[in-house]
Design a protein around this ligand. Sequence first.
Ligand code: ZN
Length: 313
Amino acid sequence: MTVSSAFNAFKSSKSIFWKSTGRLQQTIAGCIERKGKGLHSGKVSTVKLWPELASKGRYFDFQPNVIRASIEFAEESPLCTTLCKDGVKIRTVEHLLSALEAMEVDNCRIEIKNSDPEDCDLEVPIFDGSASEWVEAIEQVGLKEATDHCGNCCEKMAAYVNEPVHVWRNDSFVAAFPSPEIRITYGIDFQQVHAIGCQWFSVTSLDNSFYSKHIALSRTFCIYEEVERMRNAGLIKGGGLENALVCSASKGWLNPPLRFPDEPCRHKVLDLIGDTSLFARFGSQGFPVAHIVAYKGSHALHSDFVRRLSGII
Ligand SMILES: [Zn+2]
């Protein structure tokens, strides 16, 4: 990192100011390797997480390409968050990034491969549709303070919201209000699908133990009546009852039991944390310190929110 790039990265604006969280940047204490099938492509890939130096942040390594887990490489794609650079596409990054952000793995090299080394269309494995595979792996291997090239620890910065910031599309919105600590209030409303209906979930103190117990286990969900349309669009080729909760408008849940009565809403919080992690830079926190209120959000709207915080839109 050059002095000027770091200076620009932490430049405060009218809406946000950067300051130290009072904590040091961390990385994982050892290597993690997991293999599994992608939800949309159905392709099997192997992901290896490596410890990384302080201020390097989180990035995907698909030799010889490197894609930083940053909003500038996020591309709008249906039903997942995709990072793209120089013809390489990595789909469904949100659950892995959510786990890394919430468990405070601030610096990490994420190596990803599938069986065909020429194939530049990659996807992070879905596992059971939640972030629990990643959280368990991080808990097993443990964390350590990250140090820079000279062996020094680095402070972890975070963006504090100065004034309300919001983005919206139709009746969906994500808004951030000034708050001394992170709070999240998320609502969803599926009027035609009674088993889901209207749900709200609130987080008053986001730490890694709350995340691993109350958020990480929640699985992705879909509406049975929309499955055919998604399949026709070339999506969810790897989808099945083992990696997503499926709910029918007329018949209710097809693969109960749910892990929480409000599991779908909790999963939206999991996604929001993963998508907002793309605001991180140089080992900082991605999630801004604010009270975030979201209603009927999507990956695209979460990304718009990060672009708004970044001053891109
Ligand atoms: Zn998700």
